[in-house]
Design a protein around this ligand. Structure first.
Ligand SMILES: *[C@@H]1O[C@H](CO)[C@@H](O)[C@H](O)[C@H]1NC(C)=O
Ligand SMILES: *[C@@H]1O[C@H](CO)[C@@H](O)[C@H](O)[C@H]1NC(C)=O
Ligand SMILES: *[C@@H]1O[C@H](CO)[C@@H](O)[C@H](O)[C@H]1NC(C)=O
Length: 981
């Protein structure tokens, strides 16, 4: 096996030691030779910031002709209504309009070039085989549609979509021209005053997007060491928004818009308008009415319609994936990782899964263990033990594939060789050879997932590795895809491989992170002082001798469109790409790189789909490797519909209070995007965390769907056992989470079967309260739990609202079951000690709880209990779904629905899945009168309460001892329990 040290280059760096008279010399020992200087991309002015950029609204627009209106929809020809304007491309003269009433709640409007194959006019329209189009039900006609379509030719073609029931205009291009060029599309919709728009994931932004925001879509590895850029394009592209309209506090309405186009694009949210711009593709809009069968519309139904009708329902997860996951970049060897698992156990903090970042790779190469630090035989033996303890292992894989050095016969990397044998990599059109970008392992290539052979190659690599290291899921990283040089920089340089990427990376010497969260200087005064000294000395050392001089940077003026020629690398319209200098060639495979399909499709068209496709390939590979197990596949880059096969995490967040807060909106937008298995790295990925932030963050993300602590190399450790407050906060929050695993799992099942959300915005659950429209400092987990996290340093209280109070809603403290006394819309101050997170149960709910164990498997073996938190009418209801927690296709399932009314709970079971644990307790909070006893009826038997089995305090009845009646399994039979008075 090749070790990389042999090619090591030594750089002498002068480290100026603060205060010292002389300086000492330190060497950076790089394990790889340096990348030869490659050109930096020129700096561009994003069009949205370019005051000299043309205004596409001065273009002539189109006129409709040959209009055919049928009950099923409208078709027409659109013809350019004047001279070419060449705003950011060459105008397409002839277009087609196709409008379909696809379903009662969904109307589609497509506009695309009439001649797709005319010379000089190449148009890439997103094919169904990559991203399926929403399907026409072939039975809805205009008269049955919730939505109406109107158009006009005065002064040029324009259209509007309205809600039929109240003629409310939802989307309207009236007063604006349509622009359709070979590298630029624009459409402007009029919006109501102060509109409320949400979604357009992925972004690090307020939940309520506001009216002064531009969402750029170009998948981007932006955060390596600095963290996710606020308001910048990052990993995911989900061109879907949901809009809410408040009508004086009642009958709030909602609708949605999905633009199925994977090209680079921007959504300009401005007062009174939204402008949609894309650098290719077609207008492929789906308007969702958000209406249910009763005619009312809601955010929740809009989101369901997007999932169920447009992009597909999300994959169901395995039960164990809801446990706590620990990852870190910096577990240098197997024994460090083993220690982490042991330390969690010793601290009695439940740990479900341990993860590897790329530390275990040999030479940063996916699918290959380092023989010294992560030897395969030792690792496999340990995984067997881990699995025996009902714990799991999840490694990271990269989508880049190291390309071996052609001059070094000992440089062997079978995953590359096997892919090369199939010719399954993306190419550089200038050479015809593979595109040689750069990533951690050195010059690298990428699979071409337009080829079927890439899927089998990918599966084979995963299988070959899994045969040695039986992992339980995988995270595919850097799938934007990330490349750290400009262009095919390995061309002519492959003999230098392996090369170091052209900048200091986490873990390199002189690359320690000394940043700490706000408030650290107060809570950790002396540590803060020494960190700032160390930071200063490191940065002066780096300044005095930087190993990676940056390439001279030039500025590129606006690219003028040339008829017949698309400029793929520097398109005339400049997206506000968050990479430095903004060029699309930065940080990724160049847009002019080509695929091996018959049309040699370019990355210009495919860029935003790479993570979607590798996510799809990984899901199906796992399904083959672990048959009939729901794949646990996480992808960093994503596109609309990725949730069908991939989960997602928030990428490179940072250990700051602001990053923790924005993680909530980040998560809510992914619920909208149909990726319910979402979480952000607890305690922050980049930068150092501290006990205060990390305690709060471990508590907070215990209520996110996906719960993982992860950080980068070069920072301090942050496992939950490092600080006593973090350990205690984690134990308490995990205990709540694990007791609720069946509740959370049921939410996932409802997401998977109906398009429901797991984590929820207050605005979704309380749609008529306009004061909640921008709230994300609090959120709900499912319909029944309100979470009010502390989001500021050095706090011992937190403020939050209790929605619905005064209108029939009651809230109960999760821990004490005491009812909240608050005024409607009062911002209540709650005690929030460092180790405590405020969680409240909504009146009207029935929860199925299970005694938390150390693992989810242990929890599943523990007894069940029920908790009813009553509403004003002494009513509550709930439901759970249970199955084996693993199988894609289940042999048996069980659904139990619960209703509490008139002093009795009825549990109705459906299905044959057998869950052995008994039902132990039943707790009822919010009772108006004290009961004296109870009767329990099940399987044609009647039992009466015995002394001591019913206690009552402050409106809460505590029933115990039910296990004697339910020893064959809590939900083996339907049952009824009556309180007696
Ligand atoms: C509607 O018709 C189209 C075209 O024939 C077909 O592809 C599609 O599957 C049909 N949809 C349904 C729901 O049957
Ligand atoms: C809009 O946002 C930009 C920067 O994001 C800011 O400079 C500008 O002041 C904002 N405009 C308004 C009207 O808020
Ligand atoms: C294609 O481009 C060439 C030159 O670039 C031009 O002369 C020709 O007219 C174009 N053809 C069409 C159909 O636009």
């Amino acid at each position: 096996m090749l070790l990389l040290q042999q090619t090591g280059a030594v750089l002498a760096l002068t480290v100026a030691v603060r205060g010292a008279a002389s300086s000492t010399t330190t060497s950076i020992q790089l394990t790889q030779s340096l990348l030869p200087q490659v050109g930096a991309a020129p700096s561009l002015t994003p069009t949205i910031h370019d005051s000299k950029a043309p205004d596409p609204q001065t273009c002539p627009g189109y006129m409709a002709a040959n209009v055919v209106e049928t009950p099923q929809g409208v078709t027409a020809d659109l013809t350019l209504a004047g001279p070419h304007c060449q705003a950011f491309g060459t105008d397409i003269h002839d277009l087609v309009l196709q409008v379909q009433y696809q379903a009662k709640e969904r109307l589609s409007v497509k506009i695309y070039p009439k001649y797709l194959s005319v010379q000089n006019e190449t148009h890439y329209i997103l094919p169904n085989f990559i991203v399926p189009s929403p399907e026409n039900d072939n039975s809805t006609t205009k008269s049955k549609s919730d939505l109406g379509f109107e158009w006009s030719n005065t002064p040029t073609f324009q259209f509007k979509v309205s809600r039929v029931s109240n003629k409310e205009e939802l989307f309207s291009t009236y007063g604006h021209v349509l622009v359709y060029e070979d590298q630029f599309l624009e459409l402007v919709s009029n919006m109501v005053e102060d509109y409320n728009v949400y979604g357009l994931a992925e972004n690090i932004h307020d939940f309520h997007l506001g009216q002064n925001y531009t969402q750029t879509f170009w998948t981007n590895d932006a955060g390596i060491t600095s963290g996710n850029p606020i308001d910048g394009n990052i990993y995911g592209v989900h061109p879907f928004y949901q809009e809410s309209r408040y009508h004086s506090g009642s009958n709030t309405s909602s609708h949605g818009v999905y633009a199925r186009n994977a090209h680079g694009q921007e959504w300009l949210l401005r007062p009174k308008t939204i402008t949609y711009r894309a650098i290719g593709g077609s207008f492929d809009f789906y308007f969702l009415s958000g209406q249910d069968d009763n005619g009312g519309s809601s955010a929740v139904d809009t989101i369901r319609q997007y999932h169920a009708g447009c992009v597909g329902l999300p994959a169901m997860q395995m039960f164990w994936t809801l446990g706590l996951h620990q990852c870190r970049l910096g577990y240098d060897n197997l024994s460090m990782m083993q220690d982490v698992v042991a330390n969690y156990k010793a601290a009695n903090i439940p740990l479900e899964a341990i993860w590897s970042d790329f530390d275990m790779f040999d030479g940063y190469r996916s699918f290959v263990n380092n023989p010294v630090s992560y030897p395969v035989d030792k690792m496999a033996a340990w995984l067997e033990k881990l699995h025996d303890d009902s714990q799991y292992y999840v490694p990271l894989i990269w989508t880049n594939i190291y390309r071996t050095n052609p001059e070094d016969p000992e440089d062997v990397y079978p995953p590359y060789q096997r892919g090369a044998d199939l010719q399954t990599f993306i190419r550089n059109p200038a050479t015809g050879d593979y595109y040689n970008g750069d990533n951690w392992p050195g010059f690298s290539v990428w699979g071409d997932f337009l080829l079927q052979s890439s899927y089998s190659w990918w599966e084979n690599e995963l299988r070959t590795w899994h045969n040695k290291i039986p992992f339980d899921g995988v995270l595919s990283d850097l799938s934007e895809p990330a490349s750290y040089c400009v262009g095919s920089c390995g061309d002519g340089n492959l003999h230098l491989n392996p090369v170091h990427v052209p900048e200091l990376m986490p873990g390199d010497l002189l690359n320690n992170d000394y940043e700490y969260p706000k408030g650290f200087s107060i809570s950790n005064k002396s540590d803060a002082a020494s960190a700032s000294l160390a930071a200063a000395s490191q940065s002066s050392a780096l300044l005095s001798s930087t190993p990676f001089p940056s390439a001279t940077s030039t500025t590129l003026g606006r690219t003028e469109p040339t008829p017949g020629v698309r400029n793929l690398t520097y398109p005339p319209y400049v997206l506000n790409n968050a990479q430095e200098g903004h060029a699309l060639v930065k940080g990724t495979i160049s847009p002019d790189a080509t695929h091996n399909d018959p049309g040699n499709t370019t990355e210009y068209e495919m860029h935003n789909l790479f993570g979607y496709q590798t996510g799809n390939a990984t899901y199906h590979a796992l399904l083959e490797i672990l048959p009939n197990r729901r794949p646990f596949a996480i992808s960093r880059a994503a596109f609309s519909g990725s949730g069908r096969f991939s989960s997602h995490w928030g990428g490179d967040n940072s250990a700051t209070w602001g990053s923790m807060f924005l993680g909530i909106s980040h998560s809510l937008t992914h619920m909208m995007a149909g990726i319910p298995m979402f979480g952000v790295d607890a305690c922050g990925y980049t930068h150092n965390t501290d006990f205060d932030l990390c305690s709060r963050w471990m508590s907070l993300t215990a209520f996110f769907p996906f719960y993982r602590n992860h950080n980068i190399k070069g920072t301090i450790p942050q496992e939950a056992y490092i600080w006593s407050s973090v350990a205690e906060a984690s134990r308490r929050a995990i205990s709540v989470r694990y007791s609720l695993l069946n509740y959370i799992y049921t939410l996932f099942y409802q997401a998977h079967t109906k398009g429901d959300t797991v984590m929820r915005a207050l605005a979704w659950e309380f749609p008529n309260d306009e004061t909640l429209k921008a709230t994300y400092s609090q959120f709900m987990l499912g319909p029944s739990l309100l979470v009010t996290p502390v989001l500021t340093p050095n706090s011992d209280t937190v403020r939050g609202v209790f929605p619905g109070i005064g209108e029939g809603t009651r809230w109960y403290d999760w821990y004490t079951l005491q009812e909240v006394n608050a005024q409607p819309r009062e911002n209540v101050t709650l005690a929030a000690p460092l180790e405590h997170i405020n969680v409240h149960a909504r009146g009207g709910s029935i929860f199925v709880l299970q005694e938390p164990g150390y693992t989810t498997a242990a929890t599943r073996d523990n007894s069940f209990s029920l908790l009813a938190t009553l509403d004003n009418n002494q009513y509550a209801e709930g439901i759970i779904y249970i199955d084996d927690g693993v199988s894609l296709v289940q042999n048996a399932t069980k659904t139990v629905s619960f209703i509490y009314e008139n002093g009795a709970i009825i549990a109705s079971t459906h299905g044959t899945y057998h869950a052995p644990p008994a039902l132990a307790n039943f707790t009822i909070a919010g009772l108006h009168t004290e009961p004296r006893g109870f009767q329990f009826r099940s399987n044609n038997k009647l039992y009466h309460s015995r002394p001591g089995n019913l206690n009552y305090k402050n409106g809460t009845a505590y029933i115990t001892g039910l296990e004697q009646y339910t020893s064959t399994g809590a939900f083996e039979h339907s049952f009824q329990l009556n309180l007696t008075y």
